[in-house]
Write a protein of this length. Structure first.
Lengths: 168, 168
């Protein structure tokens, strides 16, 4: 009976004193047991001094406009599984300069598409300043990197191009 | 017999019209089979030092899946629904300079996360040079835009932040 009471006291002590101290210490050091989870990357923003004009390029590729207002154009992917939002850029900033390869842009998003060849054909017609083909030595597919008239580069891969990633 | 001839003539005319229509579409670039854009599962981030920069994203709570022989770092989102791939930048290119607002970067990808506050706390601890909170006037959500030590900006939104986009 006495031993049972001691056990309960130990449990009480641990729950009310030791564990909260541990959590506070973790907060201070940045080491928590519950890191945030990152669950999707559904929205891509593209900044431009003239969003309505730049959107014409993406509509020419075959993307479908969902809505627009004076500050930008919203494009939804098939099945609404993501969006490309072309919005106003800071008035004191200019789009990046011309690039000769995909590796010169910091952040590049890859879209999956049902028809890469058609995207490339349309990009050429719409005056893309850079179309670069990259071939995967491991998986045998290609990704086309295409620049828009303001030199922003996006990749265009075939659907299900990475067997490790579940996509719609 | 006459009915048969009429049927044959109609069929021939339809084939001719279809052919003419197809060539006109090819010339103008407007085909009826526009490519579909189905997802944005992969985000590439270019840097002179992938191993060093990846430490920042690891500090936010992202989990490194593998590192290639070339030093590329692959991070998979929860449930393998997407990836952030930190790769080598062209040796003749430098990362973008410091930014004071999210609107100064051309392409910005938004990740959904289970714990925005924890991401922000970790970003501060890891020395992010810019954290900008944006609050939607339409829905009661905020998106935090966070710059890494090389001034690349990503957005961090709560899960299911856009009711029009079904996300995992």
């Amino acid at each position: 009976m006495m031993r049972s009471n001691v056990n309960w006291v130990v449990i009480f002590f641990l729950l009310y004193f030791v564990m909260p101290y541990g959590t506070a210490a973790q907060k201070l050091t940045g080491d928590t047991d519950t890191p945030p989870l990152f669950t999707s990357s559904p929205t891509i923003l593209l900044r431009s001094p003239d969003p309505l004009k730049l959107a014409e390029f993406y509509l020419a590729l075959g993307m479908k406009e969902a809505r627009r207002h004076e500050f930008g154009v919203y494009i939804y992917l098939e099945g609404n599984h993501g969006s490309l939002e072309i919005l106003m850029m800071d008035s004191n900033t200019q789009p990046g300069g011309p690039k000769t390869t995909r590796t010169q842009q910091g952040v590049v998003t890859i879209f999956e598409t049902t028809d890469q060849a058609e995207v490339v054909r349309r990009a050429k017609l719409a005056g893309s300043p850079l179309i670069e083909r990259w071939n995967s030595s491991e998986r045998g597919h290609s990704i086309y990197y295409i620049a828009d008239p303001e030199n922003n580069i996006f990749g265009f891969a075939p659907r299900y191009h990475n067997p490790n990633i579940d996509v719609p | 017999m006459s009915i048969r001839n009429t049927f044959a003539a109609t069929a021939l005319t339809m084939f001719a019209l279809l052919g003419a229509s197809t060539s006109a579409q090819e010339v103008t670039g407007n085909t009826t089979s526009a490519p579909l854009f189905t997802s944005t599962p992969t985000i590439l981030l270019r840097t002179p030092e992938p191993a060093l920069l990846s430490k920042f994203y690891e500090a936010l709570g992202m989990r490194i899946a593998r590192v290639s022989e070339r030093g590329s770092v692959f991070i998979y989102l929860e449930g393998n629904v997407g990836s952030l791939e930190i790769l080598n930048m062209d040796p003749n290119t430098q990362p973008g300079g410091p930014k004071t607002s999210r609107t100064q970067q051309g392409v910005v990808a938004i990740f959904e996360t289970t714990d925005q506050e924890e991401v922000v706390r970790r970003a501060r601890v890891a020395g992010s040079p810019m954290i900008e909170k944006w609050t939607s006037s339409q829905a009661e959500i905020s998106i935090y835009y966070i710059a890494d030590p090389e001034n690349n900006i990503f957005g961090f939104a709560p899960r299911h932040h856009n009711s029009n986009i079904p996300t995992p």
